[in-house]
Design a protein around this ligand. Sequence first.
Ligand code: GDP
Length: 431
Amino acid sequence: RPVVAVVGRPNVGKSTLVNRILGRREAVVQDVPGVTRDRVSYPVDWAGRQFTLVDTGGWDARVEGLALQVAEQAEVAVELADAVVFVVDGTVGATAVDEAVVKMLRRAGKPVVLVANKVDDARGEADATALWSLGLGQPFPVSALHGRGTGDMLDAVLEVLPEKTSLPSESSAVRRVALVGRPNVGKSSLLNALVGSERVVVNAVAGTTRDPVDEMVELGGRTWRVVDTAGIRRKHRSSVGADFYAGLRTQAAIERAEVAVVLVDASEVLSEQDVRVVQNAVDAGRAVVLAVNKWDLVDEERRRYLERELEIELVQVPWAPRVNLSAMTGRHLDRLVPAMDRALASWEHRVPTGRLNALVAEIVAGHPHPVRGGKQPRILYATQAGVRPPTFVLFTTGFLEAGYRRFVERRLREEFGFVGTPIEVTVRARE
Ligand code: GDP
């Protein structure tokens, strides 16, 4: 799915606008100083098209150097996004900071939709026309708070979005892989090790003018597109919001990839951040490979602890293929490509309907749903609604409890070997 980033100064109403677009009813989230949100990207469906909306509003507005921060935020967003929604405060007009951002947006050449927010009435709409002077084309007056004008704005976003989505079609030969993990797990070391031993085919793919974002790398005799290598190679230039940007980049990279190689550091205790990256990949529905790096530092004792930790902390992905490797010594680097291949094959695997329903019959006969309140819901039949990742729909006579659904999911995995991919199981209950 294409990525749309929402950019603008603090307090212009970015989060309110994002909430409005997502149709969320919950209380409006302000640009709260110092708040780092876990989640910054959201799926949006508008007029039958889907895109990912990235909210860049999570940095600390109290810190000095506002202009610098906004510029950096815009820069990251522009690098990662297919299109930008640039929000200014329609009641204030364009400030010097806004104009600095505009310069950068124009230089980057990504499509921009200019939004004048806080335009609650027709009078404000007239004022908003002054924003033509920014040279970003037609300003769209909206009221994020009341919803006024947001439909027109979204139509405009769809118009500028590139036709082809960032995810290639199923037949594409070049796979997209993201190397993700918390800072210092060894992403750039791994990238260098992979690139060093093989060959970089093309060094610059559609980034900003200065940085290539992706690199085409030949691995295992085939070309792979490693997404956002600019983010991997570049160390934090400013400490302001570094974690936030790292999180933003991680999510965006996962969104753009087909398979996520999640790195963890074998020499350190697994952290909440590690778990979050794994969860991001699962939530995004991507194929997942677990790369346990710095294996050269693992002794017998550490190894025992590590196995326990992985088992306990990464319960979401017992199905992910795991490679114990060392970017430094080169140990087991050659196992990465087979693991990615395996995960991708599962990610795209389609189970014949006959086999699927043979399994359903076996489950219904051998492990029926427990009786609840005098009723016993039954699975009538199942169908695989999609791939990338595999998605199943169970047609039932009633609601299935969570434990039973997990059981069915486990049986699907056992039977069809979905190694390295999340699978989705939804239930349609007949009344
Ligand atoms: P990134 O922030 O995830 O890109 O991590 P880096 O690649 O910059 O690595 C962080 C630190 O870990 C550096 O000091 C690396 O030299 C070190 N490192 C990376 N991979 C390995 C490894 O396999 N073994 C050991 N011992 N150190 C490593």
